[in-house]
Structures are given as structure tokens and as C-alpha cells.
Design a protein around this ligand. Structure first.
Ligand code: ARG
Length: 490
């Protein structure tokens, strides 16, 4: 806009030219949707030409200008309320008033809604991909440790022995649901609102299915008011990220505790030292991964709070809804990748784990199960072992502990232990490895049961990888289609 060019209502200074200009502008944050906006402009322009709403030659000039705007980059855009206005201005600056035909039959409302869905798709797929890498790392490490006995905790108290494989697969299960949630959210994000215009449609004979196709969307958000207004997909995307981050924070916390106990040693690449205490090796990467959950929960909460109570249709509050979601999706993806690396390179200390596995009379439940399997009511068996537990200590040999169980049996039932089960069987039940091997119920920690779990986990990863690859291919095919349609005009 020059001095003798009065500009237009959108571009001259009447609106938003004053002190609130910076507050109103989203241009800087819109760098995240610069590429998306160019794609949306291209698809819309191609559709307008195909529908005979703009001439092919004008469409060609607009598309040509868009290529130039893209090459110049987001930073080259002149001041404007947002990237949509700034790109339009840049096109008009290059080809004159015909550039303004690009905005026929649309509004910034459907435009921005399309841009953020276009961008969030990538973020969700990237986060889902990171979950697959973490699941693979968990499954690989689990495969190596099906026989590595470790203590299992409830309330952070020694509870029952398990194996490193079973422990790791417990997180694979959680992260697998996180993958599902991300891919599920993706399905609903992947719908085009373009063509809704401000919220109430347009008299132009547009083809919404066509722009959806050119942008790789799997159909449209049909109702034009819903299309322009809805941001529930941001709530869903951020919640899926926050849920993943929460799963991750539990894994990170466990590994921090396990590092403290010497159960596991992180690779140096995933640890830090202290600037003053030279002996220190700290699990900082996991602490940061744990910390990301706080931000992610904040983002999900913030998104819902921002959306709560907004009237139909478009309100400018919405301008603040998406940038943080892109950022948190990125942070959660990174935390997931780092956790995958930390898990893949961690060394599990078999000997320390085996020693700790029997501590705190952790095999007590197995002894009670053994008595119950030999006909005693479980409650009586529980009482016997609880009585024995009062005197069993970590220094006792298995034979000592079995003798104490015998004593307790007499006390509780008036009968000798041998009336129910041999003392050798009790000694065996007190062995952490035997205890684990006995718990072969479906999904249990016995190596035989874990072998099934490993196979299930592997096929789940394969299936989700195939879904992710198919979505990526479909986006790439749409990008190619759009590029070739654009080429036919320039
Ligand atoms: N920058 C705006 C946003 O992100 C674009 C939509 C502006 N629309 C309007 N009616 N003021 O939401």
C-alpha cells in the first residue's frame, strides 16, 4: 500500500491500525500455519477456477504469486492482522487487484479453521510416530528381559515379584492406547471446514469436496456454522497429548526411582552430571519428560477453558486457541522420543533386581495362593502368611521362612503345614523366579504368558504403523495432486 493507494477496508488503517494492533495481530504465531495457509489458498484458487468463479488466467497469476510469497517466506510478509490477510496483501502487491479474487467465497473464519486442522494433522501423526518408537523400544527391551526378575510395588512398597519384561509391557499397553487416542483424534481433525465462509455459507457455486480432496482431508465438516466455529478437535488433540504425557510421566518417575535403587542405569547420553558434585549421574532427561506432563495438562485445560461458553459462531478468542496446542504436541513428541531413546539404551542390573525381588517378603502372596490351591480357604491362608510375615525378615533363608509359615499354620489352624502342603513346595513358592513362573494367567508375568503379550504388542505396533503410513501416504498423494493441479495453471 503506497501513499496514493488508499488500500481496502481490510488493509487500510481504519481498523486495527491503532495502539491495539499488536494485540490483535496473530502474524508472528501464524508462522506455524504459513505453509498450511499457502496450501489452503492454492486449493481454494484451483477450485474457484474449476468452478468458473475466477478465470484460469487470474487463477494462474494468483498461484504464481503464491509461489513467490512462499519463496520469500513468512518473515517477508508485511505487517497485518494475521497470515491470511498478509498473504492476500502480498499477492495483491504482486499482481494487483485481481489478487483479491482469491478471497471469493470464503472468510478468514473457514480459512483459519482449515489451516489449523491442516497443521495439527502433521503434529498428531508425528506424536503417534514417536509413540510407535517408544513401544518398539519397550518391546525390544522386554524381549531381552522375560526372565529378569524384579520387585513389583504397590504403594511403593514391595508387593510381588515380577519381571522387567512384564513391567515394560505394562507401559507398552498404556502407550498403545495413547497411539490409538492420537490416531482417533486425527480422524476427527482430518475434515475440511473450507467453504463454510464466515459461518453461513456462500452464494457461489463452490465445491467443498474438491478443496477437501486437494488438501487431503477425509471429507468435510458439513454444517457451515459448525465448520467455522468448532475447535473441539483442539481440545481432543491436546487431551490426547496430555494423556500420553501423563503415561510417559509415570514411566519416567519409575525409571528415576529405579535409577536411585541401582536397578537400572541410563546411558550417559540420557543423563546429566552436576556442575559441582563430580560423582553425580542424574536422570535429567526423564525428569524433563515427567515435567512435560504438567505443561500438557495445562494446555489441555487452557484449551477447554478458552472454548467454554463461547457463543456461536466465530469469536476472536479462537485466535488464541491453537498455537499452544501445536507447541505442546511438539514437546510431548520430543519427550516421547527421548523416553524411547532412554529405554532403548538403559542397562538393567539383573543381580540387584534379583536380590531386591524377594525383599519385604514379596513372595507372601504366592505362599498364600499355594495353600489355597491345596484346598485351604484363601482367607485362612492369608491369615497364616500374615502371621508369619510378622516375624519373617529379609535375612531369613527360604527354609527359615518356611519354618515360620509352619509355625503360623499351627497357630491359626491348630494343624501342621504338612497337613496341607509340603514344606519343599513352600520353599519353592518363596523363590521369586518360581513365584513369577507360577503366575501364568493370561497377561501375567510368567515368561510363557509374557511371550504371548510380546507377540500381541508386536502385532499392535505393526497395525498402527500401517495406519500411520497409510495416512501419511494419503496426505502425500493429496499434496502431489494439488501441486500438479497448480502446475496446470502456471
Ligand atoms: N487470525 C484469526 C484467527 O486465528 C483469523 C480469523 C479472523 N476472523 C475474524 N472474523 N476476525 O482466528
Amino acid at each position: 500500500m503506497t501513499d496514493d493507494d488508499p488500500g481496502t477496508a481490510v488493509r487500510r488503517d481504519r481498523f486495527s491500525g491503532g495502539p491495539a494492533r499488536e494485540f490483535l495481530s496473530s502474524l508472528a504465531a501464524d508462522a506455524a500455519i504459513f505453509e498450511a495457509d499457502l496450501a489452503v489458498d492454492r486449493a481454494h484458487t484451483v477450485m474457484l477456477a474449476e468452478q468458473g468463479i475466477v478465470d484460469d488466467a487470474v487463477a494462474g497469476a494468483i498461484l504464481d504469486a503464491l509461489a513467490d510469497v512462499e519463496a520469500a517466506g513468512h518473515d517477508d510478509l508485511s505487517d497485518g492482522e494475521d497470515v491470511h490477510e498478509a498473504i492476500e496483501t502480498a499477492v495483491i502487491d504482486r499482481i494487483g487487484p485481481d489478487g483479491g479474487r482469491m478471497h471469493t467465497a470464503r472468510s478468514r473464519n473457514d480459512e483459519v479453521a482449515t489451516c489449523i486442522r491442516y497443521r495439527l494433522r502433521e503434529d498428531l501423526l508425528a506424536a503417534a510416530e514417536a509413540t510407535l518408537a517408544l513401544r518398539e523400544a519397550l518391546v525390544d527391551a522386554a524381549g531381552e528381559h522375560t526372565e529378569t526378575v524384579m520387585p513389583g510395588y504397590t504403594h511403593l512398597q514391595p508387593a510381588q515379584p515380577t519381571t522387567v519384561a512384564h513391567y515394560l509391557l505394562s507401559y507398552e499397553g498404556g502407550i498403545a492406547r495413547d497411539t490409538e487416542r492420537l490416531l482417533d483424534a486425527y480422524e476427527r481433525v482430518n475434515r475440511s471446514p473450507l467453504g463454510a465462509a464466515a459461518f453461513a455459507g456462500t452464494p457461489f457455486d463452490i465445491d467443498r469436496e474438491r478443496t477437501a480432496e486437494l488438501l487431503g482431508f477425509d471429507g468435510t465438516v458439513r454444517n457451515s456454522t459448525d465448520a467455522a466455529s468448532a475447535r473441539d478437535f483442539l481440545a481432543e488433540g491436546s487431551t490426547a497429548c496430555a494423556t500420553l504425557a501423563t503415561t510417559l510421566s509415570g514411566l519416567a518417575e519409575d525409571l528415576v526411582i529405579f535409577s536411585n535403587k541401582g536397578f537400572v542405569e541410563l546411558s550417559d547420553a540420557y543423563a546429566s552430571t552436576s556442575s559441582i558434585m563430580p560423582q553425580k549421574k542424574n536422570p535429567d532427561t526423564l525428569e524433563l519428560a515427567r515435567g512435560v506432563a504438567g505443561d500438557a495438562i495445562g494446555e489441555a485445560t487452557g484449551t477447554l477453558s478458552l472454548l467454554k461458553g463461547l457463543p456461536r459462531a466465530y469469536n476472536r478468542d479462537l485466535q488464541r486457541a491453537h498455537a499452544g496446542v501445536f507447541d505442546i504436541a511438539d514437546d510431548v513428541r520430543e519427550a516421547t522420543e527421548v523416553a524411547a531413546g532412554a529405554v532403548a539404551t538403559a542397562e538393567w542390573n539383573d543381580a540387584t533386581l534379583a536380590d531386591a525381588a524377594g525383599e519385604g517378603f514379596a513372595t507372601a502372596t504366592g505362599v498364600a495362593d499355594l495353600l489355597a490351591m491345596n484346598g485351604m480357604p484363601f482367607r485362612t491362608a492369608h491369615e497364616i502368611v500374615a502371621t508369619a510375615a510378622e516375624s519373617v525378615s529379609d535375612d531369613d533363608s527360604a527354609a527359615d521362612a518356611a519354618a515360620k509359615v509352619d509355625e503360623a499354620t499351627r497357630k491359626v489352624t491348630g494343624e501342621a503345614l504338612s497337613a496341607h502342603v509340603s514344606r519343599e513346595a513352600v520353599v519353592s513358592a518363596l523363590d521369586p523366579a518360581a513365584s513369577v513362573a507360577s503366575r501364568d494367567s493370561a497377561g501375567g508375568p510368567a515368561p510363557a504368558a509374557v511371550a504371548d503379550e510380546l507377540a500381541t504388542a508386536e502385532s499392535g505396533i505393526e497395525a498402527d504403523t500401517a495406519t500411520l503410513t497409510a495416512e501419511r501416504e494419503s496426505l502425500a498423494a493429496a499434496a502431489e495432486l494439488l501441486a500438479s493441479e497448480v502446475d496446470s495453471y502456471v
